[in-house]
Write a protein that binds this ligand. Structure first.
Ligand code: PEP
Length: 249
């Protein structure tokens, strides 16, 4: 059976004190035993966050990493650096990395490969923008992102990939894909994975939805049979609301 997952992408929010406070409050919430709960604080707070979640069911992910193992890449963070602070999950391909930092499908493919080779779990983000949705090319856009980012991986790697469909037009906008739109795309993604790999593997992977998920809409979105949880941005910065989302299956 595939995992139910709720992951919080904190983006460039929460200083050290705020990170401590948010984790402290989150640890005090009731979180369902059968849901994997992940938080992704900033690089500077990964180490202490990983210490702070000890003894809870919360795990810590990074928001990005560089594809090279080390070297002259000013400002970047490598997979070994993440592993050295005990972080073994990384978000890759987020639309903000694609649009604001020039990360192409090819670069993201290199990052995914480097993470997987080094034993990391990857939360792989993909999704169409508004013009692609309006022109009806959203399925082909998503298929290409999957092909370039994931489909060079061998079957054995798929257990280390969490898929996150995030329509760009719904991220941080307050506009959410309808439950039907989310389910339709998730079913397409699962079918596309089955065509590249096989049905059993496609059935086993978790596909999260991301884009303005809040405590008041999580339940209807998570009800989709191919929706295995959410990647949460803004609403992950409120511990009580984030816990409510984790309790929305
Ligand atoms: C995100 O950035 O991954 C995201 C889903 O953001 P929000 O929930 O704020 O739309």
């Amino acid at each position: 059976m595939r995992n139910k997952i709720v992951a919080g992408n904190w983006k460039m929010n929460m200083d050290t004190q705020e990170t401590d406070a948010l984790i402290g409050t989150l640890k005090g919430q009731s979180l369902p035993a059968d849901v994997t709960v992940i938080i992704a604080p900033s690089f500077t707070n990964l180490d202490r966050a990983n210490q702070a979640v000890k003894g809870s069911k919360i795990t810590v992910a990074a928001q990005n990493m560089h594809q090279a193992s080390h070297g002259a890449f000013t400002g970047e963070v490598s997979v070994d650096m993440l592993k050295s602070v005990g972080v073994d999950t990384v978000i890759l391909g987020h639309s903000e990395r694609r649009s604001d930092f020039g990360e192409t499908d090819n670069i993201i493919g290199l990052k995914v490969a480097a993470a997987i080779v080094n034993g990391m779990t990857v939360i792989f983000c993909f999704g169409e923008d508004l013009s692609q949705r309006e022109s009806g090319s959203h399925f082909s856009v998503v298929k290409k992102q999957l092909e370039k980012g994931i489909f060079d991986l061998p079957n054995s790697a798929l257990s280390k990939v969490i898929f996150a469909y995030e329509p760009v037009w719904a991220i941080g906008t307050g506009e959410t894909a309808s439950p039907e739109q989310a389910q339709e795309m998730h079913a397409f993604v699962r079918k596309t994975i089955a065509e590249r790999y096989d049905n059993a593997l496609a059935d086993s992977v978790s596909i999260l939805y991301g884009g303005s998920v809040k405590p008041n809409n999580a339940n209807e979105i998570f009800a989709g049979k191919d929706v295995d949880g959410g990647l949460i941005g803004g609403a992950a910065l409120d511990a009580v609301g984030f816990a409510a989302i984790a309790n929305s299956f």
